[in-house]
Each structure stands twice: as C-alpha cells, then as structure tokens.
Design a binder for this molecule. Structure first.
Ligand code: HEM
Length: 143
C-alpha cells in the first residue's frame, strides 16, 4: 500500500473497541426518552437489521475519524442539517450520553480522546443546524 492511501492512526483505539462503543451508544440512544424517537423515525422503530446497518455505517465514520481506515464516505453535516427533527439544544444531550458511554466502555485515555473528537465534530454540526434554524431578517437572539 502506498503512503498516500495509508491513514496515520491518531491514537491506538481499535476497530473492535469502536464497535463496542457504537453498539452500546445506540442501545442507550434507543432507550433515551428525548433522542430515541428521532432515531426511531429516521432508522427503525424496532431494534433489528436497519439498526445494525446504521451502527456499521457509524463504526466506519469513527474508524475514518481516528485514522484506522477510510471506508466511510458520507456527509454527516448535510444529513443532520436536512433532518428537521434535529435542533441545536439536542447536541449537549447527545454529547453527554456519548461521553458517559465512552467512559463506561473504553479505557480512560481512549474515552477522553473519543469524547474530545465527538465534541469537536458536534460543535460544527450544532453550528450548521443553528444556522438552518435562524430566521433571516429576524432580530438577533441576544441570549
Ligand atoms: C443532536 C444530536 C444528534 C442527533 C439527534 C443525531 C441524529 C441522527 C440521526 C437521526 C441520524 C440518521 C440519519 C438520518 O436522518 O437518516 C444520524 C446519522 C449520523 N450521525 Fe447523528 N445525530 C446527532 C449528533 C451527531 C454527532 C455529534 C455526530 C458525530 C460526532 C453524529 C454522527 C452521525 C453520522 C456519521 C451519521 C450517518 C450520516 C450518514 O448517513 O452518512 N451525529 N444522526
């Protein structure tokens, strides 16, 4: 393999650890009173093959984000902006649940790094979703 196509891992998390994190995170998402219904609508009401496919896609997203491989080829920013059920205030809830899951599933150092990565990516998404929800020409929200 050429150096060009070989991603450099950012830290030593494994694909298996990502799979475990993703499985547990979406199990908790399905059970979450606020976020569960949004995912149920977009993916499937019941746990099953559609959820496994979602989890496989998300695991690929994280392998890409940490530099294990580049199999994920999607546009998460656009997906979240286009889903009109998703609003800016939900990101702190999502990120808290992700951080808690990471700390329950992974060794401390890896959990901390995954949390930091999610927060960085989530900040960009929250900004884009906020822009989408902003009414042009309306007075600025000062608080
Ligand atoms: C307010 C918080 C969030 C909510 C409610 C949410 C919800 C969703 C939903 C419902 C989907 C399924 C896509 C669809 O509508 O068909 C999705 C996809 C996805 N989400 Fe989120 N999400 C949130 C935050 C995040 C964050 C912070 C990340 C990354 C750090 C993330 C990563 C992804 C990825 C990679 C996909 C797959 C996109 C694709 O189809 O390629 N999400 N999300």
């Amino acid at each position: 393999m050429s150096a060009m196509s070989t991603p450099v891992p950012k830290f030593d998390i494994t694909a298996e650890e990502i799979d475990a994190l993703v499985a547990e995170f979406y199990a908790r998402i399905r059970a979450h009173p606020g976020l569960g219904p949004i995912f149920a609508r977009a993916i499937a009401q019941e746990d099953g093959p559609a959820w496994r496919a979602h989890e496989a896609k998300i695991a690929g997203f994280w392998r890409n984000a940490v530099g294990i491989d580049r199999s994920y080829d999607g546009n998460p920013m656009r997906v979240h902006v286009e889903n009109r059920d998703i609003h800016p205030g939900m990101f702190s809830t999502w990120l808290d649940l992700f951080a808690r899951t990471a700390h329950d599933v992974l060794p401390e150092e890896k959990a901390t790094r995954m949390r930091a990565l999610a927060e960085r990516i989530g900040a960009g998404m929250r900004y884009a979703v906020t822009e989408r929800d902003t009414v042009r020409g309306a007075p600025p929200k000062l608080l």
